[in-house]
Design a protein around this ligand. Structure first.
Ligand code: ZN
Length: 273
């Protein structure tokens, strides 16, 4: 699930993040946060992203090329070479700044599988990892910048939400509900309700068919477990502990069985916001 990136001024960005224990690392909750961090990162024009930026005050970062997840990273400068480069941050939109940092660092961390990670990085990756580890200490690059200027190319795209015919959004507390109604009702009305929680995960899906029998409800290539959706009655599909991960480009589709045995797709919504 792609999450919203917090902006400078949000207190979470100024907290010292909590380390993740080896025991909890394999839990669905932490693995879910890592999945969300990676999906959010992949959807953004950034070289790295830290968990506090998606609202999770945990010591987890993701760094690009190749995509590397680091849990509880510790960085130590190697040698004394320093240099200045221009940094930007999705949490500080519209700005860029010059920051002086060590050019080579040793990076020690855990992988998301709990394995030891120990590498020496130089130049671009060394700069990026220092910027991300700063986030875990509540530090933004603007605190270190020797010069700051405007750059409109630094910004996060709007979060993904379903779009399609008849998509309605209702917000109640930490829940966000999307109702997707069939654009062409067949023998009544069909609609699907998604329940999004504040962490952005889909936790349940309610299908309310009309006269025809629903043969399938799918989210892109994910065929939801339950096969039979009885006619005329609401049925609920619970999406499991970790919920469904909705990514950009995903499409929700409801297919109905028509009286003469024909199948018809009656509702579609995509997440390519
Ligand atoms: Zn940043």
């Amino acid at each position: 699930m792609i999450r919203k990136v917090l902006l400078d001024g949000d207190p979470i960005l100024r907290q010292v993040a909590r380390p993740v224990t080896l025991d909890e690392l394999s839990s669905p909750a932490i693995q879910g946060v890592i999945d969300d961090l990676v999906s959010t990162f992949k959807s953004m024009p950034a070289a790295g992203l830290a968990a506090p930026q998606i609202g999770e005050s945990l010591c987890i970062v993701v760094i690009d090329r190749p995509i590397t997840v680091l849990v509880n990273p510790v960085i130590t400068p190697v040698g004394t070479d320093t240099d200045s480069s221009y940094e930007g941050c999705l949490s500080v939109p519209g700005k860029r700044g010059e920051v002086l940092r060590p050019q080579t660092v040793r990076v020690q961390a855990m992988t998301r599988e709990g394995k030891m990670f120990d590498q020496v990085w130089t130049k671009f990756r060394a700069i990026v990892v220092q910027h991300e580890v700063d986030h875990l200490m509540g530090v933004l690059y603007t605190d270190r910048a020797t010069m700051l200027f405007d750059d409109s190319s630094v910004h996060a795209p709007a979060p993904r939400e379903p779009r399609g015919t008849g998509v309605q959004v209702r917000e109640t507390g930490e829940r966000k509900t999307f109702v997707i109604e069939s654009p062409k009702p067949v023998g009544g009305s069909q609609h699907v309700t998604f329940v999004f929680h504040s962490n952005g995960r889909v936790t349940s899906l309610r299908v309310q068919p009309g006269g025809a029998r629903i043969t399938s409800v799918s989210l892109s290539n994910v065929r939801l477990k339950r096969r039979d959706y009885p006619a005329g009655a609401a049925t609920q599909v619970i999406c499991g502990d970790r919920g469904l991960h909705v990514a950009a480009g995903d499409q929700l589709r409801i297919e109905l069985m028509m009286p003469k045995g024909k199948r018809k797709i009656v509702a579609e919504a995509d997440f390519d916001g």
